[in-house]
Design a protein around this ligand. Structure first.
Ligand code: NAP
Length: 433
């Protein structure tokens, strides 16, 4: 005897939604066998219901609120995008006890707290594997597989657009604007690329990762953020000469302040990464996340961080979990926020800097520049001079120092007569000295 179907509402039929519906439809028998009951798509919400959308027209609706509220809908899959509309729809679903699967990192990075509270109250599931790094399982490993361990650091490449651009600049020597335009032509960058290239998307993902890894609510506003739009072909060239490449990193870290207080850091910026670091070889639109846990040691997750089908894979894994819980009873993991750790300001974080500056052709330049570093207890690891005369460039790489001391040093260098301009400042990650 076939069990009663579990009703699913799919909100959105774009890149991700259309793949969710396709795979669900093509593999319906497998889904039923894995869950114990068939899944029945009750409706698909879109803006535009007319024309051939590749799905039965009777399923289409432009009224997502009505669809979410239907009595025969048990699980809501939110793949709309945006914040305000999905927030209302997801909240209303959770308040009615319906489980929600969402791929929406922007929504979660702002409102996880509110949504998790609603899920807890109505004992519904809220799953979001697809919101971080597309197909790559990283949310569930952090939340469940590593629930018995203590995670100290999560660092990764979580934005495919910026990784595509930086990898292409590294490979071709082309400049940023030209490579961004090419990424747009190839479909790797959106018409308005701001969310990707200025690091907002990665910051949302960092907030989600830090929340889970450190059992603390972290929102996008807590994440320090810099994008890649100022990276030049020269920076990549210099990175190469230092046996490094440049990657936009999302870093979530447990730290201890000089006064012994435990804090967390969540930050996104382009950084020099040594070529022998595992993240240096993650190229093109691929994503990777490295997790460091006390007992497990270092773990690395790698794969496709975006795209309709890869993202649908993560959404559907969540859907099977939520449907099994509906069928057998029970719930997925609740939000874990007991640690309530404070987020440290960027200035307190220990980092290494690479500073590239154009200097005047005068005697004593090196000593004057070095003095600015030493005044703030910033120790220099290497200095290189490139070129000569008035076009000479000085490239300084520091040891670890407080980020505030490093940024003060850079500000003071800009005021020196012997420094024509500070062309570039980047942090160096993946080393410990
Ligand atoms: P998309 O291609 O723009 O599709 C959005 C869909 O939602 C469209 O079908 C659109 O309808 C529908 N929609 C939007 N607002 C609506 C409204 N107010 N009422 C009814 N329908 C509405 O977006 P996507 O790329 O699939 O992304 C969806 C979500 O997944 C986003 O939160 C995104 O951040 C997340 N995500 C995407 C990827 C990826 O690779 N694309 C990866 C990870 C996570 P019409 O078709 O009629 O316009």
């Amino acid at each position: 005897m076939t069990s009663k179907p579990i009703g699913v509402a799919v909100l959105g039929l774009g890149n991700v939604g259309s793949e969710v519906v396709r795979i669900l439809t093509e593999n319906a028998a497998d889904f039923e066998a894995r869950i114990g009951a068939p899944l029945a798509i009750r409706g698909i919400a879109v803006r535009r219901v007319d024309g051939d959308r590749g799905v039965p027209t009777e399923l289409l609706t432009d009224d997502p609120a009505e669809l979410v509220g239907r009595d025969d809908v048990d699980i809501v899959v939110e793949v709309l995008g945006g914040i305000d509309i999905p927030r209302k729809l997801v909240l209303s679903a959770l308040e009615k006890g319906k489980s929600v699967i969402t791929a929406n990192k922007a929504l979660l990075a702002e409102y996880t707290g509110e949504l998790a509270d609603a899920a807890e109250k109505s004992r519904a599931d809220l799953y979001f594997e697809a919101a971080v790094a597309g197909a790559i399982p990283v949310v569930r490993p952090l939340m469940q597989s590593l629930a018995g361990d203590r995670v100290n650091k999560v660092a990764g490449i979580v934005n495919g657009t910026t990784n595509f651009i930086l990898s292409a600049m590294d490979e071709t020597g082309a400049d940023y604007a030209e490579t961004l335009a090419e990424a747009g032509r190839l479909g790797y960058a959106e018409a308005d690329p701001t969310a990707d290239v200025e690091g907002y998307d990665a910051a949302s993902k960092a907030a989600i990762l830090a929340s889970i890894a450190f059992h603390t609510r972290v929102t996008a506003g807590d994440v320090y953020r810099e994008g890649i739009s100022k990276i030049t072909a020269d920076d990549l060239e210099t990175a190469k000469s230092l046996d490094c490449t440049i990657k936009l990193l999302a870093i979530c870290e447990r730290i201890v302040t000089p006064k012994g207080k435990e804090r967390i850091s969540a930050r996104v910026y382009p950084a020099l990464v040594p070529l022998n670091h595992p993240l240096a070889s993650v190229n093109g639109a691929f994503n990777a996340v490295v997790v460091e846990a006390e007992a497990a040691g270092r773990l690395m997750f790698y794969g496709q961080g975006a795209g309709g089908a890869p993202t649908a894979s993560a959404v559907l894994g969540d859907l099977v979990m939520a449907a099994r819980n509906k069928f057998y009873g029970g719930r997925g993991p609740l939000e874990s926020k007991y640690a309530k750790l404070k987020v440290a300001p960027m200035g307190d974080i220990l980092t290494r800097y690479y500073v590239s500056m154009q200097v005047a052709d005068k005697p004593g330049v090196l000593a004057t520049v070095a003095a600015e570093f030493s005044k703030r207890d910033v120790s220099i690891s290497t200095v290189r001079q490139q070129g000569s005369g008035d076009g000479a460039r000085l490239v300084v790489v520091t040891h670890l120092a407080a980020d505030s001391a490093l940024s003060e040093t850079v500000a003071s260098l800009e005021q020196l007569d012997v420094v024509v301009n500070v062309a570039s400042v980047l942090r160096l990650e993946g080393t410990t000295v």
